[in-house]
Design a protein. Structure first.
Length: 272
């Protein structure tokens, strides 16, 4: 049994090294490739203007839309635009499979296609494209070590939230404190999705081990990257509640997220 276990561990380690080497080789050949990802489900009211603004603020970037078979035609719009703009890509999924799996799909795409940075944002304008340059600039601070994850933070000085009722503000603050305490995370905003990732660091992740499919994904990915020695930074943003379309918040998913964070916290305490 010991020999089998050792072989299994060696296999996993080798696979991880291959992913890292492949990512480094692609990144060396395409040193400034940037990918912006947004997961969508019925975002036709927001996406055309969002894509336009992304290209305005980061014209050198490619954009990947991960669409969960939106009934409103979001995915079909992407396909039509792709014929005119090769920098816009669309990944079609068969149905609503969860924000976490959509984000992982974007991360895998970035690693496999040799992007240096992956910027992830919501598609409903709660994350303003005007902050994208600041997230990118924070990845390589002058005179400091490189950053692996730059977080667009609501809770660092200068950040904030617009359009949320008091109970939602309190819930967000509470979840962040809960996650920081249980998972030993230092960033002040652990639950926001507006981030820039260094793709070479993402290549070291075992994506198959990630448990979260919904809201706890943001905390879990930081926790797993922290265990790999990743460096985090934060830059202030003002989060604006969506003006168009319908919110996808689900109370059942929120409770499931708390359970997953608790379970990861126990694992963190046991150092497993």
């Amino acid at each position: 049994m010991r020999r089998v276990d050792a072989a299994a561990k060696l296999s996993v380690s080798t696979a991880t090294l291959i992913r890292i080497f492949s990512a480094r080789r692609c990144i060396m050949s395409q040193t400034n490739k940037i990918l912006v990802t947004a997961a969508t489900f019925n975002e036709m009211e927001n996406l055309p203007r969002l894509v336009e603004e992304i290209f305005h603020y980061v014209p050198e970037a490619d954009v990947l839309v991960i669409d969960d078979n939106s009934p409103d035609g979001t995915g079909r719009w992407c396909d039509r635009q792709r014929a005119e703009n090769p920098k816009l890509h669309c990944l079609h999924r068969p149905g609503k499979l969860g924000l976490g799996t959509a984000t992982i799909a974007g991360m895998k795409y970035a690693v496999e296609n040799g992007y240096r940075y992956l910027l992830n944002m919501d598609a409903d304008f709660s994350h303003k494209p005007e902050y994208l340059p600041a997230l990118l600039a924070g990845m390589d601070p002058p005179g400091g070590p490189p950053i692996d994850v730059m977080i667009g933070s609501r809770y660092t000085p200068g950040g904030g939230v617009e359009g949320w009722p008091l109970h939602r503000r309190l819930m967000s603050r509470g979840v962040n404190l809960y996650a920081r305490w249980l998972l030993g995370l230092r960033p002040k905003d652990c639950s926001g999705a507006f981030r820039c990732y260094r793709t070479e660091t993402l290549a070291r992740l075992d994506f198959d081990s990630i448990r979260s499919r919904g809201y706890s994904f943001q905390e879990e990915i930081l926790w797993r990257l922290k265990r790999l020695g990743a460096r985090f930074g934060e830059t202030p943003i003002v989060f604006v509640d969506r003006q168009l379309g319908v919110s996808k918040i689900d109370s059942g998913e929120a409770l499931a997220a708390l359970r997953i964070i608790f379970s990861l916290g126990v694992q963190n305490l046991l150092r497993r």
